[in-house]
Design a protein around this ligand. Structure first.
Ligand SMILES: *Cc1c(COP(=O)(O)O)cnc(C)c1O
Length: 354
């Protein structure tokens, strides 16, 4: 840190992204990317858009918004796009968190939330999961701050029901409740229809997981027009052209290609079922994850050792060095072939450690 860095960041610790090796030598199952390429239509529209890169993009994302409204059943003034879900989440922290409305989230959740809190100079209220790894809705009633819940939850993969989320929103009438639906397309139920009922509910989505577009950086927030108006102010105070032309076009293609999207997510869910069963058969504790990832642990081998040995076998998984989730590893759901290779490697490591 140079002596010029603002004192307001003196104690700040930034997010550490999962490893992104430059060489192709690993089977990469550590950052919940989709193993399949984006829809051919998404690719085609992105290529066409490249010809217009000399011009600033449409700040209102008109065509993309139209496709999203059609697919998700929201109005144009109930949605805002940004160049990643991380970015729209940062807008939500800027817009709706302060010392009277501190961020409130679970101890096991998206690892960026504590970073956003600290970056905004706020100490979050952190609520532990229950023993069964679920979120207890009552713990979030009258939370006294802006609530952030990943549903289904990051790393764990378990989901609240729509009714449970509605109860949380109703019990926080003076605070915004943000539901991060990064993984919702892999089998959980969306709470999106509730935005028409509650002016204090915001739902975020990303194109990084179920639309195979992590490299495009595209995400959005859907909420009552009041909240969206506030987010427009934040967006237009940082970068009104948040979404670039190629990502905007790719997003539109991805939304229009319903058939490809459906086939893609079905494959991920099938491969997840295979992976969960195979891990259970090998004696691992896991969850019935509804995300494109599965947590796993065994008392026969430490998570750090298993992570290292899998890496030696050419497989990258996510290892959580510390915290309540420290004894778990997390594997992202790849192609069937990748998951079979992963399971064979785990089996080999467990046999060798007997
Ligand atoms: C992946 C993820 C994000 C970030 O999505 P990007 O659009 O790639 O920034 C946000 N929240 C959760 C829970 C995620 O898993």
């Amino acid at each position: 840190m140079s002596r010029f860095f603002s004192v307001k960041f003196a104690d700040h610790v930034a997010y550490v992204p999962g490893e992104q090796p430059r060489e192709q030598k690993y089977i990469k199952l550590n950052t919940n990317e989709n193993p399949f390429p984006p829809s051919p239509l998404a690719q085609q529209l992105a290529c066409q858009a490249a010809g217009d890169l000399a011009l600033y993009p449409d700040p209102h994302c008109t065509e993309l918004t139209r496709a999203a409204c059609e697919k998700w059943g929201v109005a144009a003034n109930e949605i805002i796009f940004g160049n990643s879900s991380d970015v729209v989440l940062s807008w939500l922290f800027i817009a709706f968190c302060d010392h009277e409305h501190v961020p409130v989230f679970a101890d096991v959740t998206y690892g960026f939330y504590p970073v956003f809190a600290s970056f905004n100079g706020l100490t979050p209220k952190v609520i532990p999961l229950q023993k069964d790894l679920t979120i207890r809705p009552e713990d979030y009633y009258n939370a006294g701050g802006t609530v952030f819940i990943v549903n289904p939850n990051a790393d764990v993969g378990l989901a609240l029901t729509v009714q449970q989320v509605a109860d949380i929103v109703e019990h926080n009438p003076d605070n915004v409740v943000v539901i991060d639906e990064a993984y919702v397309d892999f089998g959980a139920e969306t709470v999106l229809p509730l935005i028409h009922k509650y002016p204090n509910l915001a739902v975020t989505r990303t194109f990084s997981k179920s639309y195979s577009m992590a490299g495009a950086r595209l995400g959005c927030v859907m909420a009552d027009e009041g909240l969206i108006g506030d987010l427009q102010v934040v967006k237009n105070s940082i970068n009104p052209y948040s979404v670039n032309r190629m990502s905007m076009a790719a997003g539109q293609g991805a939304l229009l290609d319903e058939e490809y999207f459906e086939a893609n997510r079905q494959k991920i869910m099938e491969n997840r079922a295979y992976t969960i069963q195979a891990l259970k058969d090998l004696g691992f504790a896991t969850t019935n994850s509804l995300g494109n990832f599965v947590p796993f642990k065994s008392d026969r081998i430490h998570s750090k050792e298993l992570f290292g040995k899998l890496k030696e076998e050419g497989i990258l998984v996510r290892f959580f060095s510390e915290g309540p989730w420290g004894d778990y590893n997390r594997v992202s759901i790849g192609s069937r072939e990748e998951m079979e290779t992963f399971i064979r490697a785990v089996q080999k490591i467990m046999e060798a450690s007997r």
